[in-house]
Design a binder for this molecule. Sequence first.
Ligand code: 4AD
Ligand code: MG
Length: 432
Amino acid sequence: MQPQVWIEEIGRHDGETALVRGWVYHLRTMKKLAFVVLRDGTGLLQVVAVKGEIDDELFERVCDLTQESCVEITGTVREDRRAPGGYEMQLQSLKVIGESHDYPITPKEHGTTFLMDHRHLWLRSRKQHALMKLRHTVVAAIRDFLDREGFTLVDAPIFTPSACEGTSTLFETDYFGDKAYLTQSGQLYMEAAAAAFGKAYCFGPTFRAEKSKTRRHLTEFWMVEPEVAFADLDDIMELEERFVSSIVERVLEERRDLLENVLERDISRLEAVQAPFPRLSYDEAVKKLNDGGFAFEWGGDFGAADETFLSEEYDRPLFVHRYPAEVKAFYMERDPQDARLSLSVDLLAPEGYGEIIGGGQRSADLDYLLEQIERHQLPQEAFQWYLDLRRYGTFPHGGFGLGLERMVTYLAGIAHLREAIPFPRQIHRLAP
Ligand code: 4AD
Ligand code: MG
């Protein structure tokens, strides 16, 4: 194939003849002029065909192009400040690579169910494209931050013999006649990794059989889970705030244009996200809810409305720490000051986006964990390897899990998690 120029690099060919390949994003025809907006995934390029300058048959073929047909175009590049991307191409030749007829997604309004059913095509649209670029940058920012901080990537398995985050959201599968569960979190494995590497993290898909349909829940989502040996609750909060603010900073650096111009995000809200973040204890949070007129009872977990109210007065994410042990997972360390509490912490995003991180300090005590496993009605046998970490050189440690789609949804300022992942999985959605 002839060498092709990606649209994002077209500026290097100003004044030259270049060959581009892509899909017809938009077509506008007049008597003597045709404008094709070409999309190649890296950018948009306006191509102009002028009747009289090219032969009539070619001009006709340009006018007959259809939305999302794949084409190869050769033409001369010239700077044009008004054109999208700042360059325009004057068409010289056209080859249709793949025709497209009756493309289902048209410029008119479509319902979300229809668009989600056509997710494989919807990803080509401007806003969806911007969201995936944003997600890409968030992932890069996460990996680079952890790399700089000396974390080792240790991948956790997806088939697991036991629950990590409670048994109500487990996906059960048959594993050669035995039961296996799709992982809810790689944390338990990261605790093993922390003893091997000091600072470790995993980053992969995790699964929750969420039976309700909400804006904040997917059945398959991506989570990054750092785990640190000898870290206490304060260390974890300090790590989280540096982590989150560095992701925000990177996104503002690299994706400001998409955020501002495609996603129409209020950038000033993201610019405010700087460490340190405010901190409230669970006790203080409950008091605040009650003072605010919420009939919230001490001991329960916060719902979406509670989280929104709590974070409302802050311009940056809010830590809520030391939840009652009852509402948290079995592995949480007890608060030495108050046995009813756990050394846990959630990070709540502002603007009503709610929890984006869950984490805390893990119990280092074998007997306490045995008791907790029983209390949570978990099968002790499946946790023997985990308990070995307390038998052979137990150590204080902590970590957290950041939900990638929650983070992207918040950064993009969109309403629903389903647009923050390429192919969402929800209770009623397994396709495409
Ligand atoms: O709070 P969670 O359940 O914590 C854990 O799984 C810990 N084991 C993590 C750790 O300490 N290593 O989940 C962590 C984060 C939540 O704060 C949220 O961002 C995201 O994972 N999350 C979900 N995202 C999308 N859909 C769901 N159903 C989610 N459940 C949790
Ligand atoms: Mg949580």
